[in-house]
Design a protein around this ligand. Structure first.
Ligand code: HEM
Length: 395
């Protein structure tokens, strides 16, 4: 890819400009990523939806970062989860956990999410700048997913540290990546052993015991599943809560609208998912045959990267695509992906973000950016759009 790349830009304006350049070059393009890997980027809304439902575009993590440095056993332990595989394995793995994430089941978590949110806000210090990520956006989703799975409190920060390195992959040296991935796998395996010895009433204990019509999970599938649920279950939501707050503070007219009518909170969350959502791309896939898309033929055996960000800003799909509008009626963004791998945790992520945002804006009428003249830095990542810190004032 020509420099600059949206995946390496850390300033929002530069990242946005790089994405716009990318989209202007056409809905399907062959490029070389900053990692040196040649891929086909699909950027148009219609084209992204098409490839995400094409059975010839199959998930493949064979081009994982630092592939040559990762031992086979570690690759299997990390990458045997549902987001790395295709039907029929995908169908079986997703079915094992889907009941825990239905809208109805998730609604049952609302009182607890509400309680966690209020407790965190009670503890925010007035009179000084506060990092919203460390004190609110991060602890809320990591607590929720950890309680759901049964991850003890003292292991949560370790999980986050490893997750961040594993998800940002190529940014780190191969040694750092492999060490973090191995430590993560060791941590998950020791947790599984502990649960095996003393099962509790949580998702992980359920998975360990699982016999889904005679179906069982292999050790690698189980390890991978825990990694996926912890990783996908918090880092993305941390980013959503953070960018939602940031974007609303950048558009005071929209924030005022929200405060005047709190029934707009769910729509505001959807608009943030479209306008500045946590997923920049979906996980790469590989073509199993010729794929005709956007006037181009992608031959078999090629890596395809659907770009969610440009699809969500496609003027052919969204009127006023570059505007941030929390009253937008069209919420058909691709922020949670599309097709069979559509985000399993979408109902949970939506609920967490709605509760988090609703409390934050009502509780602190004077909420503002601590340093409004300097935009916070975005994290460098191939997958996720987020910031590691957001300094605000609440008083
Ligand atoms: C899949 C985004 C929160 C679990 C996905 C995909 C996207 C996504 C774009 C599809 C990836 C692809 O096709 O390559 C998000 C965003 C979130 C979020 C933006 C927060 C705002 C969550 C949460 C969980 C979760 C809270 C809870 C466990 C999953 C799982 C998959 C997935 C398990 C794989 C589904 C499959 O392969 O069938 N997510 N996610 N996500 N997400 Fe989320």
């Amino acid at each position: 890819m020509n420099s600059p790349s949206p995946f390496t830009e850390t300033a929002l304006a530069a990242r946005t400009a790089a994405f716009e350049d990318l989209a202007a070059a056409g809905p399907v393009q062959r490029v070389t990523l900053f990692t040196g890997v040649p891929v086909w980027l699909v950027t148009g809304y219609a084209e992204v939806r098409q490839v995400l439902t094409d059975p010839d575009v199959r998930k493949s993590l064979t081009e994982s970062p630092h592939r040559d440095h990762v031992p086979e056993w570690l690759l299997k332990a990390m990458n045997t989860h549902m987001l790395a595989v295709n039907p029929p394995h995908h169908t079986r793995l997703r079915k094992l956990v889907s009941a825990a994430f239905t809208r109805r089941r998730v609604e049952g978590l609302a009182p607890r999410i509400d309680e966690i949110s209020r407790t965190l806000l009670d503890a925010l210090p007035a009179g000084a700048p506060v990092d919203l990520v460390a004190s609110y956006s991060y602890p809320l989703p990591i607590t929720v997913i950890s309680e759901l799975l049964g991850v003890p409190v003292n292991l949560r920060d370790d999980f986050r540290r490893y997750t961040q390195i594993a998800l940002s992959g190529p940014v780190h040296t191969p040694e750092k990546y492999v060490t973090a991935a191995s430590d993560m796998v060791a941590l998950i395996r020791s947790l599984i052993e502990r649960k095996r010895a003393a099962p509790t009433d949580d998702l992980l204990s359920g998975l360990i015991e699982v016999h889904d019509g005679g179906d069982t999970l292999s050790e690698d599938e189980l390890t991978s599943m825990v990694f996926l649920l912890v990783a996908a279950g918090h880092e993305t939501t941390v980013n959503l809560i953070t960018t939602a707050t940031y974007t609303l503070l950048k558009f005071p007219d929209q924030l005022a609208k929200l405060r005047a009518d709190l029934t707009l909170v769910p729509r505001a969350v959807e608009e943030v998912l479209r306008y500045d959502g946590p997923a920049m791309v979906t996980v790469p896939a590989q073509t199993a045959g010729d794929v005709h898309v956007g006037g181009t033929t992608i031959p078999a055996g090629q890596i395809v990267v659907p770009v969610v960000w440009t699809a969500n800003h496609d003027p052919a799909r969204f009127e006023g695509a570059t505007d941030f509008d929390i009253t937008r009626a069209d919420t058909s963004h691709l922020g949670f992906g599309h097709g069979i791998h559509h985000c399993l945790g979408a109902p949970l992520a939506r609920l967490e973000a709605q509760v988090a945002l609703g409390h934050l804006v009502t509780r602190f009428p004077a909420l503002r950016l601590a340093d409004p003249d300097n935009d916070p830095e975005r994290s460098v990542s191939l997958l996720l759009n987020g910031m590691s810190q957001l300094m605000v004032r609440i008083d």
